[in-house]
Design a protein around this ligand. Structure first.
Ligand code: SAM
Length: 425
């Protein structure tokens, strides 16, 4: 791959609007300040690739904002393709640790991320990007050509089978939410290769960097993220339970772990029990290991979203006229637990120093016990795992003997073991 003239991408022939260069430098500085860009090589890649040429028609300020650019939606308006936000691209590419000369596969094509990968793999690297949608692949091809990255290979295919013709890959970077890990991805990695993938686990999505160890994958890091969902053979329908005609929703990996909607509505009609943990966090603090810590402990783990703000959650229940409202800690995706005898969720209240204190609200005959269990679990997270690296996540073929693990999640192709042991301070 050719050397990259700084600030112009690979297209040194077309003079650049100086505002684009200024906005690109400002975006890179912002990503460095936020910690998303952590290495000089990543900063150089972000300073080099002209993001606006992958967002044609958009104002420069929008192209260089730290936000997603939507490319395509389905007939319900749900995004199916996008150029991801720069911070998550930086985080995932840092997780990938791409070295010069690397052979790379990107799954899901927007063009821009593949160009960043080409910068990181230069000189001597090789980038292939694949998308299931021919329109998206054509768009990525055109943008890459326009910005001077004609040597990035763009293919149209369902990535369930990987791209065997250009394997093995030193790194595979998946930029679409995956519920499972098809054997082709592990099989097409070089023996010491790394897969970075937004993996759905118990209703949570984490960008997991997995190193290949034989036919297993062992995690090095996991970061919070959100992505459009996988299409094709790896598509997995959302498991959502709607309450009160859709005012509330519960999101879980598998609805079999939850009581029925009618039972949860019943539980919510009981008075609210509140417990506080003494655990205080900053709103901006990354507490992304807490949901997985809770999901590991509670088989009825799910995530609560108030779909219609202000609507009574359940007629005659808390949130109805004259009763206490539901006050989940987050606007959407608040950690919650549902059993046959109690429903509880994480709540929070602001303390004067600007932090929030975490607590539990619970409903139903076993509300007190479940609220106490949640509080105990929040306290053990605070003591043992807060600011820690999170669990080790291991994926092995689904037909291997089941490993011992703190949490075992069985998918179609792999079984995923989540282990917190050894992470205690
Ligand atoms: C978030 S976008 C990709 C973002 C892109 N990497 C960028 O530069 O920011 C996700 C893409 O994954 C694609 N996709 C979904 N399922 C796929 C599959 N099974 N195989 C290949 N691509 C898929 C979608 O068509 C969509 O374009």
């Amino acid at each position: 791959m050719a050397a990259v003239p700084s600030g112009t991408g690979r297209d040194a022939a077309t003079p650049e609007d100086p505002r684009a260069a200024r906005l690109r430098a400002a975006l890179t500085d912002q990503l460095i300040a936020e910690g998303a860009v952590a290495t000089p090589r990543m900063a150089a890649a972000f300073r080099a690739v002209p993001r606006h040429r992958f967002a044609p028609g958009l104002p420069l300020e929008v192209a260089y904002a730290n936000q997603v650019v939507f490319v395509k939606r389905d007939r319900h308006g749900v995004p199916t393709s996008s150029v991801s936000a720069p911070d998550i691209q930086a985080i995932m590419l840092e997780q990938a640790d791409i070295r010069p000369g690397a052979r790379l596969l990107e799954i899901g094509s927007g063009g821009y991320n593949a160009a960043l990968m080409a910068e990181l793999a230069a000189p001597g690297g090789e980038v292939t990007t694949v998308d299931i949608d021919p329109d998206v692949a054509d768009r990525a091809r055109a943008c890459l050509d326009d910005a001077g990255y004609a040597d990035v290979r763009v293919l149209t295919a369902d990535a369930e089978g990987g791209v065997p013709e250009h394997a093995p890959y030193d790194r595979i970077v998946v930029t679409v939410e995956a519920w499972d890990l098809p054997p082709a991805w592990t099989g097409q990695l070089a023996p010491d290769g790394r897969l970075v993938v937004p993996l759905r686990l118990r209703g949570l999505t984490r960008s997991v960097a997995f190193d290949r160890v034989g036919d297993r994958l062992v995690s090095r890091s996991a970061r919070m993220c959100g992505f459009v969902k996988m299409q094709g053979a790896g598509r997995h329908a959302d498991q959502e339970l709607f309450l009160n005609g859709g005012d509330l929703s519960l999101d879980a990996d598998d609805l079999h772990t939850l009581p029925t909607a009618a039972r949860i509505e019943d539980l919510l009609r009981a008075p609210r029990v509140a417990r506080w943990s003494d655990v205080r966090v900053w709103r901006w603090e990354p507490w992304d290991t807490l949901p997985l810590w809770l999901a590991t402990a509670f088989p009825g783990y799910c995530q609560l979203t108030i779909e219609v703000p202000g609507a009574p959650a359940v007629p005659g229940a808390p949130g109805g006229p004259g009763s206490e409202p539901l006050e989940p800690a987050l606007r959407s995706g608040t950690p919650a637990v549902a059993t046959e005898s109690a429903f509880a969720y994480l709540t929070a209240y602001p303390v004067p120093d600007g932090r929030i204190e975490l607590g539990a609200h619970a409903f139903g005959p076993a509300a007190e016990a479940l609220a106490d269990e949640l509080i105990a679990r929040i306290s053990s997270w605070d003591r043992d795992h807060r600011n820690g690296p999170g669990p080790v996540i291991t994926a092995s073929p689904a037909d291997d003997p089941a490993p011992q693990a703190d949490l075992l999640v069985v998918k179609k192709h792999v079984q995923i073991a989540v282990d917190w042991v050894g992470e205690r301070r």
